[in-house]
Design a protein around this ligand. Structure first.
Ligand code: PA5
Length: 473
């Protein structure tokens, strides 16, 4: 059985002129060459030309590099060290708080929700296979959420010698200066220092910063002498950092197979580099979305995920597309839906609203758990006996087919991304496919996909307002 993910745009291609599809090929291949030339440029000693800055193409070759280094240096490689730090955390504590926002948060959350038990934090430690519970914070300025997690830890963690009552902290910020994360870190740092004792071995071992080579968090980590401090490489941007320690450390803490994740990503890069147009998920996905936008003004990209565990994958993609291409008054609008849930909320608009949407389904072909079937009922008041014995996956398949058919009948374009199973390997492929497609499209339309200059405006205003507030006191 192949574990390659597949992209099928047959239904969408009915909305695209064959001539335009054929004509795009040479432009796409040029853009692909540019994407790989960017990787070479970064690896060379040459100065990055101004027109190319910022250039964060490091994510493209990173998975294979990490795997090669791991094969060579084993426990001493970065992967080996991430795994060792994660294993230590898994052995020592039963709850971990991960702080971060945007690219320093979304990927870890996507992996957690997609690959862990849906009720992970509510399971016994044994049922969690010794993985700690995981909580995310520092991703907002939400007083009640912060305060509730602090209270939860206070209530649950009273005896620091009992493993089930011990907790650890991972703080992730590339710049090291993002306010939301920095404030949360100060709060949780105070709490953990109070719990284990300021300067204690536990604090040095159970607080793990993940940050750039310089910055406030790096300085703080040096002063506090944390035992494990992991780098985020310079040439990898926040929303492209899922295959750095940013995504890998939380994943390893959860017991996920980070080697398989990277193997999936590396396989997708190789496929992007070698497969021909028409058989290449990255080229084909980019071409479909781009031509629908330029030919038919279809500039809303609905990622229609069929399964609750994929919602955070969709939210991760929302950020990736929006922050990468939403520049110079260009860039399609990403929108994640989770079906069948959202057929009962957004479905009406997608079926009969403005013709500005391409629906890309993300379909997992096999469930991860035992299939649940509809039981027989003697009274049959709900009249479900006619479906008795049918399993939920069968109902879902019918919903997917029925929905796609309804869109096709009304000439609304759809495409499918199919994952044979939900695993580290297939998700590695999917994340890399979407990152590569985003960068490829940026090169195609003349938008630098790296950097997010627009985000600075709110930050500057917020800091001005806070500083002015201080001055008034
Ligand atoms: O994609 C990006 O670069 C951003 O979304 C960042 O990840 C986000 O702003 C968080 O930044 P930092 O990791 O520096 O705290």
């Amino acid at each position: 059985m192949s574990f390659d993910i597949q992209y099928d745009a047959t239904a969408a291609l009915k909305h695209i002129k064959k001539k335009h599809w054929r004509n795009l090929e040479s432009e796409l291949l040029d853009a692909r060459n540019e994407v790989f030339a960017d990787v070479d440029l970064m690896a060379s000693d040459q100065k990055i030309p101004k027109s190319k800055q910022p250039l964060d193409a490091g994510f493209i070759s990173l998975p294979q590099q990490l795997l090669d280094e791991h094969d060579r240096d084993k426990a001493h490689s970065l992967l080996g060290r991430i795994q060792a730090a994660a294993d230590h955390m898994r052995n020592e504590v039963d709850q971990v708080v991960s702080l971060g926002i945007g690219g320093s948060y979304m990927g870890a959350r996507a992996l957690f929700e997609a690959l862990c038990h849906p009720y992970h934090n509510e399971l016994t430690r044994q049922a969690r296979e010794n993985s700690p519970r995981l909580y995310f914070e520092g991703d907002n300025l939400d007083n009640d959420s912060l305060s509730a997690l602090q209270e939860l830890l206070q209530q649950r963690c009273r005896d620091r010698t009992d493993k089930s009552q011990r907790w650890g902290l991972v703080v992730i910020s590339k710049s090291g200066g993002t306010l939301e994360t920095a404030v949360a870190f100060r709060l949780f740092r105070n709490a953990i220092e109070k719990y284990y004792g300021d300067g204690s071995t536990e604090c040095r071992q159970l607080v793990i910063p993940v940050t750039g080579e310089s910055g406030k968090l790096r300085d703080l980590a040096n002063v506090r002498k944390y035992e494990h401090v992991f780098p985020i490489p310079d040439g990898v941007g926040g929303r492209f950092s899922i295959f750095t320690t940013v995504g890998l450390l939380p994943a390893a803490i959860l017991g996920l197979d980070i080697v398989e994740l990277l193997k999936g990503a590396a396989a997708m890069t190789a496929r992007f580099q070698s497969a021909s147009f028409g058989e290449n998920p990255v080229l084909d996905y980019t071409a479909t979305c781009h031509l629908l936008e330029t030919e038919s003004n279809i500039d809303v990209r609905v990622l229609s995920t069929w399964g609750k565990s994929l919602e955070a994958v969709g939210l991760w993609y929302d950020q990736l597309l929006a922050e990468s291409l939403g520049k110079k008054e260009k860039g399609a609008l990403p929108l994640t839906v989770v079906n069948t849930r959202d057929l009962h909320s957004r479905g009406q608009q997608h079926q009969e609203g403005a013709r500005d949407k391409i629906i890309t389904n993300v379909i997992v072909e096999a469930p991860r758990r035992r299939a649940v079937s509809i039981p027989q009922d003697d009274l049959d008041q709900d009249q479900l006996n006619r479906f008795q014995g049918k399993a939920i996956p069968e109902l879902l398949t019918a919903a997917i087919k029925g929905t796609n058919q309804a869109y096709a009948d009304d000439e609304r374009p759809t495409a499918d991304i199919r994952l044979p199973v939900l695993s580290e390997h297939t998700l590695g492929q999917l994340f890399q496919m979407l990152m590569l497609a985003t960068v490829l499209e940026g090169r195609l339309i003349g938008i630098n996909p790296y950097g997010q200059p627009g985000v600075e405006a709110y930050k500057n205003n917020m800091l001005d307002i806070l500083t002015a507030g201080n001055a008034g006191k």
